[in-house]
Design a protein around this ligand. Structure first.
Ligand code: T4K
Length: 369
């Protein structure tokens, strides 16, 4: 498409490997509606993620939206605004009210010390986000949820394959939702999944992604069409074979960024050492203009002028979206506001050349003055 270095680059298997899977799809003429590739991928994924059960969806957003629907919630959901539009939209599209909690200043996940003050008699759930693969304070969230009888649905879109306390990240909460979008550590072109426990919830998720159809003559819910098709499932089967290799390559890129940027005053790096099995999904830097000497926007513009496209994930905050007509006070989430104005996510994908990483870091350093 261009010689630009973009924030990420979709990971693809060898085309022949994918063609081999597609040949079977061609032979079967079965393209979607939970076909053989869907079932095979689901089974491989369940064992890779080491979770009790899993349901596939057409994308990560529908996994979130339909999982919320499956719990039949009403009222308020405590969440964070430092995330992709999807998290907040999934709440609002279910007729629920997002209540925005601030984030931790250092790992950008929900600040659990501020959750309880937001709980009202209308609170029904907490929807925390493992931003950039940084794991939320799970024990504290569980303690609060248990005390107030709340559901916990994790947005684990960035946390594919990660672990916490020896357990798969997908096994926490009432459910955890992943994204397999083209831009993610692991992709199925478009795709997503919900990890859950219990047959009843499983049947509900299965039906909700297929219009709420229970059987040919019985429709029990107003569901959506959110089924993963066979082409996406086939991509998942292929990409899953190479996931460890790709994460290892990402690690090398992250290490190189670290070597180059770790001692620069005013640039704060994500602490991957705190993650049990990091997937190196994103490389965010937070720039303090007063100390570093140039602002996030100046650094971004400098890189853009040289054909490098970092992204401001996640700016603006979701609670400031014009879609909500100033309904939410962004001053109530000051850490989120501060980070969103200072964060820049640098290019990261398995095959990015290390000399390009060096060049990006050099340009960042030279942004000053
Ligand atoms: N929750 C969270 C916390 C999320 O971050 C997301 C998605 C979701 C939920 C919802 O999951 P999904 O429904 O999307 O499965 C991208 C992704 O589209 C989105 O999946 C992701 N988060 C978000 C953080 O980033 P954009 O609007 O920035 O994408 P775009 O098209 O600008 O692409 C970014 C870069 O990726 C491009 O510069 C180049 C590269 N790219 C992109 C595409 C589409 C490729 O290399 N190949 C491609 O096919 O949202």
């Amino acid at each position: 498409m261009s010689d630009k270095i973009l924030v990420t680059r979709a990971v693809l298997p060898d085309i022949n490997e994918y063609m081999q899977e597609l040949r079977e799809v061609w032979d079967s003429h079965w393209l979607t509606n939970m076909g053989p590739k869907h079932e095979m991928f689901r089974s491989h994924l369940k064992s890779y993620l080491n979770v009790e059960d899993i349901e596939l969806f057409t994308n990560g957003h529908m996994a979130l939206e339909l999982t919320l629907q499956a719990f039949n919630l009403q009222g308020e959901v405590i969440t964070t605004p430092f995330t992709f539009a999807s998290t907040t939209h999934a709440i609002v599209r279910n007729g629920l009210e997002p209540v925005f909690c601030d984030i931790e200043p250092d790992n950008y996940t929900i600040d659990t010390s501020k959750i309880e003050e937001l709980i009202t008699d209308r609170t029904c759930a907490i929807l925390p986000v493992h931003v950039y693969g940084n794991i939320c304070k799970i024990e504290e969230i569980e303690r609060i949820a248990c005390k107030y009888g709340l559901k916990v649905i994790y947005d684990a879109a960035h946390a594919f394959g990660e672990y916490y306390n020896g357990k798969s990240i997908g096994s926490y909460g009432d459910a955890s939702c992943f994204s397999f979008h083209a831009t993610k550590v692991f992709n199925t072109i478009e795709g997503g999944a919900t990890c859950y426990k219990g047959k009843e919830l499983g049947s509900c998720l299965y039906e909700l992604k297929n219009f709420g159809i229970h059987d040919a003559e019985c429709v029990t819910a107003v569901g959506a069409n959110a089924k993963m098709n066979e082409f996406c499932a086939a991509m998942g089967i292929c990409n899953l074979r190479h996931i460890e290799d790709n994460i290892e390559k990402r690690k090398k890129v992250v290490n190189r960024y670290y070597e180059n940027l770790k001692d620069i005053a005013g640039i704060y790096l994500n602490d991957f050492s705190k993650i049990e099995r990091p997937n190196y999904a994103y490389f965010p830097i937070v720039i303090d203009e007063k100390i570093f000497g140039a602002s996030r926007n100046e650094v971004c513009d400098k890189l853009l002028s040289k054909g490098i496209e970092p992204r401001k994930y996640f700016y603006p905050l979701t609670n400031s979206f014009s879609a909500f007509h100033k309904k939410y006070d962004i001053q109530k989430t000051p850490n989120a506001l501060r980070v969103s104005k200072r964060v820049l996510t640098l290019p990261l994908y398995p095959d990015i050349q290390l000399d390009i990483v060096d060049r990006i870091c050099e340009l960042i350093t030279k942004s000053v003055g």
